[in-house]
Design a protein around this ligand. Sequence first.
Ligand SMILES: Cc1ncc(C[n+]2csc(CCOP(=O)(O)OP(=O)(O)O)c2C)c(N)n1
Length: 737
Amino acid sequence: MLVRSMDIGLDRLTKFLEDPLTGHKGSDGDGARVRPRFHPRLTAGDCLEIYRIMVLSRQLDHRELTLQKQMQAWFSIFCAGKEAVLAAAGKALRPTDPIWSYYRDRALCLMRGMTAREMLLQAVAAREDPSSSGRQMADHWGHVEKAIVIQASPTGAQCVPAVGLAEAVAKTSTLLKEGGRFPADAVVYTSLGDGTTAEGEFYEAVRAAILSRAPVIIHLEDDGYGISVPVTEQVPGGDLMALFRGWPNLRCMDIDGCDVRGSYDAFVEAASWCRAQRGPVLIRSRVLRLMSHSSTDDMRKYRTAAEIAIDFERDPIPRFAHELVAYGVATPDELLRINREVEAEVVAAAEDVTRRPKTDAQNIASWAFRWDPPTAKARYAAAVRDRRADAAGKKLLLADALSAVLHELMEIEPRIVMWGEDVADLSREYLRRHAELKGKGGVFGITHGLQRRFGPDRVANAPIAEASIVGRAIGHALQGFLPVVEIQFRDYLNPAWQQLVDQAATMSWRSGGRFACPMVIRMSYGGYLGGAGAVWHSEAACGPLLHHPGLRVCVPSNARDAAGLMRAAVFSGEIVLYMEPKARYRRPCEYAPEEYPAFDEVLWPGMSRTYGDGKDLAILTYGNTAAHAWDALKNLAREGIRGRMVDLPWLSPLDEEAIKAAADVCGRVLIVDEDRRTCGAGAAIADVLYRDRGLRRRVDVERLAAKDCRVSYGPIGERAVLPHAEDIIEAARTLLS
Ligand SMILES: Cc1ncc(C[n+]2csc(CCOP(=O)(O)OP(=O)(O)O)c2C)c(N)n1
């Protein structure tokens, strides 16, 4: 392992540990003599605590490099140069204010109470690592008891969920009867580097925060570089803050992040601004990067020695040491003692962590999913006790059954909140003033009436920003809400991809089960509208969703199952992508009863339905293609071919038993779906049979899927791409011949 940045700053640290007043000119001392106190509110004890955390943070940066030299760690990324603002911010915030930070924020997390040992446990991938059970790379902290939400690596991906969490916190006293994970007057802290401000999601986060007046502090740590690229080449005009001046209702602060006092004051002010519900605060702190970007980088390749030396002149630790001595807060000997104590603590922690067991290889995949049948069923049973489903027994089409089940679930589960593009009936203003307007309720009308019935705090329109729709749901889920959000079409889930697959799907796994964000994401999908749907409105694309552990996928094919599935999705404790076959919204179903089910019917994860009992052929399918498969089976029956259809409303988890049983009985299996053939859901279904060596030898399996291209516009184009009943009949005949 090449550790290039190994020695940058180490000689200075060594000198500093011996003489805390080395390495800084101590210019602040002059003014100090005439001032009675270093700071009106920071006591001497506070100052020494801040100093201690700063030194501890710097030493840990270097100790992780030593662990790499010893082949006990494999990566690290540093806080050096940012300790002043981070330790001060930690002091200014309350211990219960959630931190959703990024990899530079070591000093902040130390101030919050994480120990040196806890941090090094992650560096060595130890099982006991309280952040991720040794799963995430070094310096990605989380601590469930200390209100530190687990970080992920995609830079900036924490911003939108942090805003969602702040919105959720602000709604806690009105909507969460039993309170949330964080107190209702908490302020959420999130952070990112200057380079990351170029990410689109960051702008979505700022807009969302302003719109909802979210109590969130967004901390931009401006160290002038994004790896090797200077801020001047990344920011139009070169001045980061110029981009935000003039944004309405956004409080901006620009501070020297090497100055403990100024940083502390700014964060105290920002926190009280947020707590007074005055909206978000953006703080840009001008900080330094005193070590290379990470242990695999060497900044001497792209920064001159002179530039690096100038930064070291401004090193916040010796600067603070000088201030403390100049103001009479501490003597050099006291600081020296702290240095030595910290060094001993870090050495002892490093020795200890290398002896701890490493990450648990046997259970490396554990915690990706949260499905726990007894818990889910008990929660559901408690929610429906002594109640009757209003729509039970009524004959409904799929769209109406969906609407009914959403009404029913919002009634029985008050933690549900809902948003999406157009899902509300009216704007908040019109809702108060225009009772005569019918209202929209989604482009397909599924959510119609929900906002009027349950109020605009529980059902709201979202801006056209899919990453925010999903990302804000993650934050709400952490606080204890149960988001049921809508993405208008499967095709438009793509802008939310990072939030979905990197934040949401990995949250439980990467925190070793300490954090989870159960939610339901509803979305219409698919073609078969006779050409009315088209490219970018007709995707099925289930395969990519199945690829990500942590996500469940379900697809009803009929009205009855739409209700039973939604009940299960909401109470499953999982992140469920609920795909709605829009071609079936308003079409009757021939093979399943159309009566809306009573509360006792829940299609729990992994359940399926088998229709027909023929033994010549089993068609395995789901969603839109179930109706086509049923048509095909009726036609084949006229030729004397008797088959059965297994409808798989859960694509994850699949009902493997039902799949294998049908294959076993029939010996010939046709898998039909409208996902594309390559890596589509049909491939995942076929794999169940392939993995069973006995069945693999005995059973003849054929697949019929959409062509490997996008669904084309107009009836001819659509027909050319998607499988229809005639194709199924033909494939079945071939299989049986
Ligand atoms: C979405 C994403 N793109 C790229 C990376 C690789 N990467 C990690 S850190 C980094 C630079 C970030 O620079 P900046 O935001 O200025 O923060 P700094 O590291 O300087 O504190 C990059 C490009 C990543 N982690 N995530």
